[in-house]
Structures are given as C-alpha cells and as structure tokens.
Design a protein around this ligand. Structure first.
Ligand code: KIV
Length: 262
C-alpha cells in the first residue's frame, strides 16, 4: 500500500479501513484482516503504557513501537504518529523527527495534529518526500487546552475554521486527513470539499474511511469508552478468564500435565 494508492481509493469511492497497531502480533493480525493503513498512534500512551493522556509519549516510545510494527512486514501503509512537542518547536526539528520515523522506524508516512500552525512543517516534510497525514478536530494532544475530550467545532465559526484548515492541510501536501470528534454533518462536508481522503473517528459515516483504536474495538482498554466506539469483541474478558483458569490450575496442581512435561 502506498500514499498515492490511498488517495486513489477516494477517487474510486472505496472505503478505507484504518486500525491502530503498536506491536508485532497486532500488526500481523490487523494486516491479515485487510486494513489498508496501520496507525502507530500515540494512543499508545493511554491504551498500552497506562498514561492518563498522550502528552507523556516520547519519540523513543514511538520509534520503539513503530519498529515492532514494521517487523510484521505489513502490506498495509504504516503511519507513525508524531508525539507531543516533536513537531511544534521548530520546522527544522519537525522534519528531523519525521525523518527519524522513516529512517530509524521504517514507517511509510507520519501523522501530526493541528491546522494552520503546522502547515510550514508539513510543507517541509512533503518537500523532503515524506507522506504526511493531517489530524483536525478533537486532537488529543490539545486535551489540556480543550479542557477535556469534548466534541469540537459545534459552533458556526469553529466549523468554518475547520473547513478552512482542512483545505490548508490539503494544499500543504497531506495525502489524507484524520477528522476526530466532530459533528457527522461537518465530517461529510469536509469530505465532499477535499480531494484527499478523510479518515473519521467520531466524525460520522460520511468520511472516506474510519479509524478505531484497536484496544477499544477489542474490548481491551479498561478506561473510558467514547460514544463512537463499537466493541467488536470482549478480549479483556477472555484474557481475565484464561488467566484465572491458569492460576486455578497451578494452585490445584493440574498444570502442567504429563503431556506438557519433558
Ligand atoms: O493516536 C491515535 O490512535 C490517533 C487516532 C485516534 C486517530 O491519533
């Protein structure tokens, strides 16, 4: 999978399925399931590392997990999420960090959050040959400024700004745009206005594709579940039951059996 092919999928009206992956087995399984894009999201911080939000996630954390995903040699496009403060300080630092995801992580593309304020960095990355995915709406790295995980762009002025910034990101060279936590009608409006695909998460069915955090859809995340999450499995319950069964077997000396011994 390539970034131009993702853009072509929009032209052909094909829906784009995106899953997050942070490790080797998840990347293999999500790839086998047919997802076109694997996002090594900085949601890593909340669903894997146990942080309250994504702000403590570092470049080293993200590179470590991007490499693990790349070892699965997925057919899907692998997009590495740029963590907080890895692209906001200066355009120079932004392009160097984006380059690390390509050179050291082996990723196919990077994603970063924000509108007008990040277009300079995006232009530099695109000029250097790095495919970039944008991210607008409820951008989690701004959770402190938003005062919580609240649906964004409910008012007319904010909606106009989001539509304008989506156009700016497209003109800066983004090959796709994540729209998170915005009214469904606005998600559809932005999707119609752009030639590049929109990938929605809590942005309605009118987007060109959808992304969910794998741990949310698997029922493996123990924290708050936003309204837009559909749970496709209860993997956390399966794990708890299996672990409890194992613990009971060990205590009752039912494990290991002769067949499981040398
Ligand atoms: O970090 C992440 O998983 C993301 C998705 C929610 C889009 O940015």
């Amino acid at each position: 999978m390539t970034a131009p092919r993702i853009v072509e999928m929009k032209r052909k009206g094909e829906a784009i399925a995106v899953l997050t992956a942070y490790d080797y087995p998840t990347a293999r399984i999500a790839d086998e399931a047919g997802a076109e894009i694997l996002l090594v999201g900085d949601s890593l911080g909340t669903v894997v590392l146990g942080y309250e939000n994504t702000l403590p996630v570092t470049m080293e954390d993200m590179l470590h997990h991007t490499r693990a995903v790349m070892r699965a040699k997925p057919a899907a496009l692998v997009v590495a999420d740029m963590p907080f403060l890895s692209y906001q300080v200066s355009d120079e630092q932004a392009i160097l960090n984006a380059g690390r995801f390509i050179q050291e992580g082996g990723a196919d593309a990077v994603k970063l959050e924000g509108g007008e304020r990040v277009t300079g960095a995006i232009r530099r990355m695109v000029a250097a040959g790095i495919p970039v995915m944008g991210h607008l709406g409820l951008t989690p790295q701004s959770v402190l400024a938003f005062g919580g995980y609240k649906v964004q762009a409910r008012g007319e002025a904010d909606q106009e700004r989001l539509v304008r910034e989506a156009g700016l990101l497209q003109n800066s060279g983004c090959f796709a745009l994540v729209l998170e936590g915005i009214p469904a009608r606005l998600g559809a409006q932005v999707t119609r206005a752009l030639a590049i695909p929109t990938i929605g998460i809590g942005a309605g069915v009118g987007c060109d594709g959808q992304v969910l955090v794998s741990h949310d859809l698997l029922g493996l995340f123990l924290g708050h579940q936003p309204k837009f999450v559909r749970r496709y499995a209860a993997v956390g319950d399966v794990m708890r039951e299996a672990f409890a069964h194992y613990v009971a077997d060990v205590k009752a000396r039912r494990f290991p059996s002769d067949a499981e011994s040398y």
